[in-house]
Write a protein that binds this ligand. Structure first.
Ligand SMILES: Cc1cc2nc3c(=O)[nH]c(=O)nc-3n(C[C@H](O)[C@H](O)[C@H](O)COP(=O)(O)OP(=O)(O)OC[C@H]3O[C@@H](n4cnc5c(N)ncnc54)[C@H](O)[C@@H]3O)c2cc1C
Length: 471
């Protein structure tokens, strides 16, 4: 037996494999072990997606599999779909909680032609023109692939592009430069809108002094979309096992042995797609490689026609503003407003009312007439941010048949489709794909001061606030 890595036997394994446990709102991946069988967060999406699709129940006993995927969000399901559809491989998906429990059931549904937190002008600055153009071709192809999946699922898709609103005058020059780069270098029809045009055609955001509109962008009901992925995958023979957290792995006679509370799953190849919910100690190749960052979201009650008119809401096109700690928002198809932004640093603090108050205040600044509107849903989730702000889909150690796809930095609704597809291709040894791109040819970078990251995050939040609002 070659014991490359060993199970963390200090972690107490849950005794049984219950199907649904209470949702834990204070879950924190940096300090908590993986959950087990937790119910969904109380999101608007969960309330309106309909009955969850069938799954295959918790893993019972020891199991052998060719390919195992850990995590059943957009990424894991997209990988499973590609494996089944393009390679005839029926993967086994292990999910700690309920199917599609993580960020995939909690996000803003803003499908952008992007990935990671860097703008295209920053790609050029970091890697040069040639790489930036090849990266653009890859992300663009991924966006088209995602749209082809969206077209197959009834998920309230709202095309119309994406608006970047300048929340201060000084941000207009930044947006104008980005629009020019999008147009002149990458050939997109990105356009600047004056404040008057923005108000006339889209939205009367009282902070916005103008905006950039990019035509690529589709708002979706993320959970309906994910349930669509899940149904399609299972129809192709994929098995999805909720309430089956992976607690650790080791190499055992040439296979990867994954420890779950109810048995060992032995696989020839394994992919981790556990997003911002990656607990420390489960996969040493991932420890300290992802910064889990809490993001908040709220949805109001349905606004009346008169309220929408008074607020100047004329479009369902989705919007982000130019703050580093940005607000994202949109008018949902049923007439509610959704808005989100940053949240607590730690899970233990996630329920503090000041985080919801930050969203309410953000909404009121943008739409004063909505200051006292009733909030019908409020929730949060852990976003996977990489230490260099860009994702990775890779095999970090060529000696181990263990792969991962991570680090979308709050931009994973669309890109996770391509990431999952590339993850599957990578596991199957496919040539010809653009593996020499920076998001594919290196592992996630670590962080020198990993144990103190939250301290640094707190200081950064203060600095960003100062820069966003005052300087
Ligand atoms: C509030 C909020 C708003 C957002 N808004 C947007 C947006 O508008 N647009 C956008 O592009 N992106 C947005 N995002 C980010 C987007 O949701 C994510 O990038 C995307 O859903 C990531 O999908 P994933 O499959 O990689 O990870 P997740 O959906 O997080 O799935 C990971 C899964 O792995 C499981 N897991 C973890 N550990 C284990 C283990 N040890 N064993 C088994 N299973 C495990 C978890 O339970 C979880 O279900 C938002 C995120 C949040 C939280």
């Amino acid at each position: 037996m070659d014991t490359h890595m060993s199970f963390d036997t200090s972690r107490p394994a849950p005794a049984a494999a219950p199907r649904v446990n209470a949702y834990n709102p204070t879950y924190d991946p940096l300090v908590s072990p993986p959950g087990q069988g937790q119910d969904y967060a109380p999101t608007y999406w969960v309330a309106t997606a309909g009955t969850p699709p069938e799954d295959d129940g918790p893993i019972q006993g020891d199991v052998d599999a060719d390919v195992v995927i850990v995590g059943s969000g957009f990424t894991g399901l997209s990988a499973a779909l590609t494996l089944a559809r393009d390679f005839g491989v029926r993967a086994l998906v292990l999910e700690a909680n309920r199917a599609v429990w993580g960020c995939t059931s909690r996000n803003g549904g803003q499908g952008q032609n992007a990935s990671g937190r860097l703008y295209r002008s920053q790609w050029i600055a970091r890697w040069g023109m040639d790489t930036a153009k090849r990266l653009d071709a890859e992300i663009r192809e991924g966006f088209e692939y995602w749209k082809s999946l969206v077209a197959q699922v009834d998920c309230d898709a709202q095309p119309g592009g994406h608006l970047y609103t300048a929340h201060r005058q000084k941000k207009m020059a930044f947006l104008a430069n980005e629009a020019q780069v999008m147009r002149d270098v990458f050939g997109y029809d990105a356009r600047m809108l004056s404040q008057a045009e923005l108000r006339e055609r889209y939205v009367h955001d009282h902070e916005a002094v103008g905006a950039m509109h990019e035509p690529d962008g589709v708002g979706v009901h993320p959970l309906k979309l994910a349930y669509g992925y899940l149904r399609q995958a299972r129809a192709l023979g994929v098995r999805v096992h909720p309430s089956s957290p992976v607690l650790g792995w080791r190499r055992d006679n040439g296979v990867i042995a994954l420890q779950t509370p109810s048995g060992v799953v032995r696989a020839r190849r394994v992919a981790f797609a556990t997003g911002g919910y990656t607990a420390q100690g489960v996969n040493p190749l991932l420890d300290n490689r992802i910064m889990p960052v809490l993001s908040n979201s709220m949805v109001t009650r349905v606004l009346t026609d008169a309220e929408r008119e008074a607020a100047g809401l004329k479009s369902t096109v989705f919007i982000t503003d130019t703050r580093t700690l940005r607000f994202y928002y949109r008018l949902l198809p049923d007439g509610r407003m959704q808005i989100g932004s940053r949240s607590a640093l730690r899970g233990a603090d996630a329920q503090h009312p000041r985080h919801l108050a930050l969203l309410r205040e953000g909404l009121a600044r943008k739409f004063p007439s909505l200051r006292d509107v009733e909030v019908a849903y409020s929730w949060w989730g852990w976003v996977d941010v990489s230490h260099d702000m860009m994702p990775r889909v890779t095999q970090p150690d060529p000696a181990q048949p263990v792969y991962y796809a991570f680090g979308y930095g709050g931009n994973g609704v669309a890109f996770s489709a391509q990431a999952g597809k590339r993850l599957a291709q990578r596991m199957m040894g496919k040539d010809g794909a653009p593996w020499n791109l920076p998001i594919y040819d290196t592992p996630l970078p670590g962080h020198l001061f990993a144990p103190f990251r939250r301290l640094g995050q707190g200081l950064l939040y203060r600095w960003y606030h100062l820069r966003d609002e005052l300087l």
